[in-house]
Design a protein around this ligand. Structure first.
Ligand SMILES: [Zn+2]
Ligand SMILES: [Zn+2]
Length: 229
């Protein structure tokens, strides 16, 4: 288990693992460019100004521990924000990362805790990030089906607790938009690639809306025509 410590600003053994693996992956993919990954606690949850790009990794599985009462809980709904940018003249790329925390439900006034991720999930999250860098920074075409679904390592169910979710506090939680939680058993049973849209970004959200909206409008027209008869 690798702990991502809030306030470590990229220091510490655990963040080094994220950085080392990211560096290795980017060195393999883009040997002519140098890429770095840093944690930024106050990273804006909104779309950054160009030439920066936003990517949100949704539905990441991680484990939390309360720093007051040591209570532990798993979550399959962790949201991670990435801002990324490639400086073509310097051939240097930068990624800033922020993990949205959760509060303990037993402790009054608890702070947002940072979770731990398994090595396997770190690999998948970083692989998704690398794909998005290909698409957004290098303008290469990628297949969304190639985005890996994070592994749900324990069964996690129950309603979404908006009062203890940092993403909700920031106003960017996809669960408060859709208002439901998909049981982990369902997510775990799905085939790889099927849930690729969970690794979403605002651009693909708009594309999804473009597909859904005409269907809704067509259905409404049919409903009006039918009721008029
Ligand atoms: Zn607690
Ligand atoms: Zn939330």
């Amino acid at each position: 288990m690798l702990l991502l410590k809030r306030g470590c600003k990229g220091e510490g053994e655990n963040m080094k693992t994220w950085q080392r693996r990211f560096h290795q992956k980017m060195e393999w993919e883009k040997p002519n460019d140098t890429w770095s990954l840093t944690v930024e606690d106050n990273l804006s949850p909104r779309n950054p100004e160009r030439p920066w790009h936003l990517y949100q990794q949704r539905k990441a599985f991680a484990r939390f521990q309360c720093s007051c009462c040591t209570r532990r809980w798993p979550s399959a709904q962790v949201l991670i924000l990435f801002h990324m940018h490639l400086d073509w003249s310097q051939r240097q790329g930068q990624v800033k990362m922020r993990v949205c925390g959760q509060k303990c439900k037993k402790c009054h006034g608890a702070k947002f805790e940072m979770p731990t991720f398994s090595q396997e999930n770190i690999e998948r999250i970083l692989d998704n990030l690398v794909l998005k860098i290909h698409a957004k920074c290098y303008r290469e075409s990628i297949a969304n089906r190639d985005l890996a679904d994070p592994i749900v390592e324990e069964d996690v169910e129950g309603p979404h607790d908006t009062t203890r979710c940092e993403a909700c506090a920031l106003g960017i939680c996809y669960l408060s938009t859709y208002g439901f939680v998909i049981p982990a058993s369902l997510a775990a049973a799905s085939q790889p690639g099927q849930l690729a849209w969970w690794g979403a970004d605002t651009e693909s959200d708009w594309k999804l809306l473009c597909y859904v909206l005409p269907v809704v409008v067509a259905l409404l027209i049919f409903a009006v025509l039918f009721s008029g008869k």
